[in-house]
Design a protein around this ligand. Structure first.
Ligand SMILES: Cc1cc2nc3c(=O)[nH]c(=O)nc-3n(C[C@H](O)[C@H](O)[C@H](O)COP(=O)(O)O)c2cc1C
Length: 184
């Protein structure tokens, strides 16, 4: 079955960006996809730094490898994505996300660094072969209330998921000749 995997780059399991990932995954599940959320903060630090390879990191990498849709969420740290997300992506080969569709999500303290979506997350995802949907999601901390993120934020996520579902099968088929060529 087609699957969607979300990668949380926040050190907190109660994080805002993680909440947005959970919303995106719920939408994917509603569309009939298998879903899974990977909390990078649960993985051993030595694995993330590439010094060791435990079953936990092998399992996380395999889940991403098997997914058709990859949703990446991160807090803005120092005007970019979190270091934890960076080291996780350093474990991938250049074609690791070939044929997959990616959705970029970030939250920040304010709006000053909202270009993290277009200037940091899109190039990161493209560097490993993913096709990134047109709609990226950026939310400030002020856009979260006691009941969760504002509707304007969840509506953007719904739109991004719809885009991903629309192109996921096409992206997978289109990548096949390139995958075959790189193996040959
Ligand atoms: C170490 C650190 C660096 C941060 N740097 C920025 C920043 O450069 N720009 C910004 O808008 N917010 C910054 N923030 C605020 C977080 O991005 C923001 O609170 C975010 O929503 C937290 O996401 P999370 O709840 O998913 O972890 C920083 C927070 C921390 C702890």
């Amino acid at each position: 079955m087609t699957s969607a995997v979300a990668i949380s780059g926040s050190p907190s399991r109660e994080s805002r960006s993680r909440r947005l990932l959970a919303h995106a995954l719920a939408r994917c599940a509603g569309a009939g996809l298998d879903t899974r959320l990977i909390d990078l903060c649960d993985l051993p630090a030595d694995d993330l730094l590439g010094r060791t390879k435990s079953a936990a990191i092998a399992d996380a990498l395999a889940a991403v490898s098997a997914a058709r849709i990859v949703i990446v969420g991160t807090p803005v740290y120092r005007a970019s994505y979190s270091g934890m997300l960076k080291v996780f992506f350093d474990l991938f080969t250049m074609d690791a996300l070939d044929g997959k569709v990616a959705i970029p999500i970030a939250t920040g303290g304010g709006s000053a660094h909202q270009l993290v979506i277009d200037h940091a997350l899109r190039p990161l995802l493209a560097s490993v072969g993913a096709q990134v949907v047109a709609t990226g999601i950026y939310a400030t901390d002020a856009q979260f209330g006691a009941d969760g993120p504002q509707d304007v934020v969840t509506q953007r996520i719904d739109r991004a998921v719809a885009e991903a579902l629309g192109i996921a099968d096409v992206a997978a088929v289109a990548a096949q000749p390139f995958r075959a060529a790189s193996k040959g």
